[in-house]
Design a protein around this ligand. Sequence first.
Ligand code: HEM
Length: 501
Amino acid sequence: MATANIPPLMPPAIVTSLVVYLAAICTYRLFFHPLSRFPGPRLAAVTDVYAAWYEVVKKGEIVHELDRLHKDYGPIVWIGPGKLHFNTPKAFDDIYRSPKLIKPGSFYDAFQMRQSCFGFSDPRLAKERREIIGPLFSRKAVLRLEDVVQDVVDRLVSELSKYPSNDTVNLRHGLMAASLEVITTYCFAKEYHALEYPAFKHPVIPALESVSMHVLYFAMMYLPFLEKIVFGMPEWLAKRLGAGSGDMQDLFGAIVKQVDEVLNDPLAVERAEHEIIYHHLLSAGTVEKGGKPPSRQSLIGEASSMIEAGTETIANACTVACFYILRSPDIERRLRDELIGAWSEAHMPLERLEKLPYLTAVIKEGLRLSHGVVTPIPRQAHDGVVIDGVGIPSGTIVTMGHTFMHLSPELFEDPLVFNPERWLTGDAQDKHIVSFSRGPRVCLGVNLAWAELYLILGNLFRKVQMELPEDRPERLEYHELFTPHYKGDPLQVHIRKLADQ
Ligand code: HEM
């Protein structure tokens, strides 16, 4: 039988060169790289595939792996070709407080908000932008705009009260809808009517929560060329490929429309019912370098980052607090007693809610166990950086996950237990809560966030009676996809009856 003369797929010379090239890279990384003196799994030292396996393929399980690695290798682990992870409180301070460490584009660009307060890598641009929009999120501004938040909370309570007694409602969706609505009304004076959607299911909410969308962000960090494919595909295809990406495009479309409206009709800003982000971004007094207001692209990035940064984070802290309060009759009774004892009119002002010690303690536990961001936040070191006494080569990406603070048995006794009591004996532990991060890139919305947490949780537990079903899980499980993405439907509650108001 005659055999066909099939040409080899790749000429042997190319294969040989490839093998030699890869071997040279591995040898360099293992023995000559400036990080080669640090301990860690050798596979992680030579390839990003190690971390990508946990973040992309296993849909966010890197923290569990890091926990295991620190047990084997000590307080510093070499976790990727140019990347170290730490696990001590001193290291956390050194990494996030220092102005010498910057946000690396290799991580943040995937979020598609390059020219925003959240996305700027250049510390000078980030500082300028924080100075421009910061006044809208100052303590003073939050107190001035407290009614905007209170109004959304009233709508949440009113919608919940429409459910017949014993009906089941997904409170998690209600919390997402409320936090989305606070951001859009507070920042843009725009109602998305998320609370009035049946079962609180505004289409943006599945997009913000979508596990597949967030896995895709991580995939784009490792394979940046994916970005062009994902964001270049037509809308109909994105919708067919997954709920997340299609709804995300809808959200993006709404943001673009809003930005174009204010750019085409500057008086639209003046017609807003209250001070909004565009008063700051577009006004003459806030002109960026070169005397120009931010570009259209930058305005779109800023608006997107507000929604992404300020929705899920709030809903997560509230989800954790509600879940563990409703799981524990003692905690719930104590919280309700405190609220009933203090509440004297329909609306309890923020400044009085802040004085309630048990409510404050419950919020701190909600923040501690929701972590803010759960994937270790990267920073890039430059010359002369020392972390926890160790000199770090310039260019290294250094990280430390919030869970290594919040779940440390040295910092918090029985760290996995939701225990508000731990906050009633003084504020010594306050410095160990890092949910809002620290330093020059600390959360910009921290004052607004605290206000939301007080108003949402205070009003909910004063005005609505809820119960978790009998088959509730023991604890909340999540995927680590930047923020925690809770598995299952963790907060399906039965509405019992409205407490006296
Ligand atoms: C409980 C609620 C919140 C938590 C736990 C939280 C947590 C965080 C964390 C950990 C960061 C640092 C992220 C990083 O370095 O990559 C951050 C940054 C940021 N947050 Fe929040 N956040 C919350 C609510 C909000 C709200 C309501 C807003 C709305 C304005 C907001 C706006 C921002 C912005 C703009 C940044 C970027 C700051 C910068 O890089 O300079 N956050 N937040």
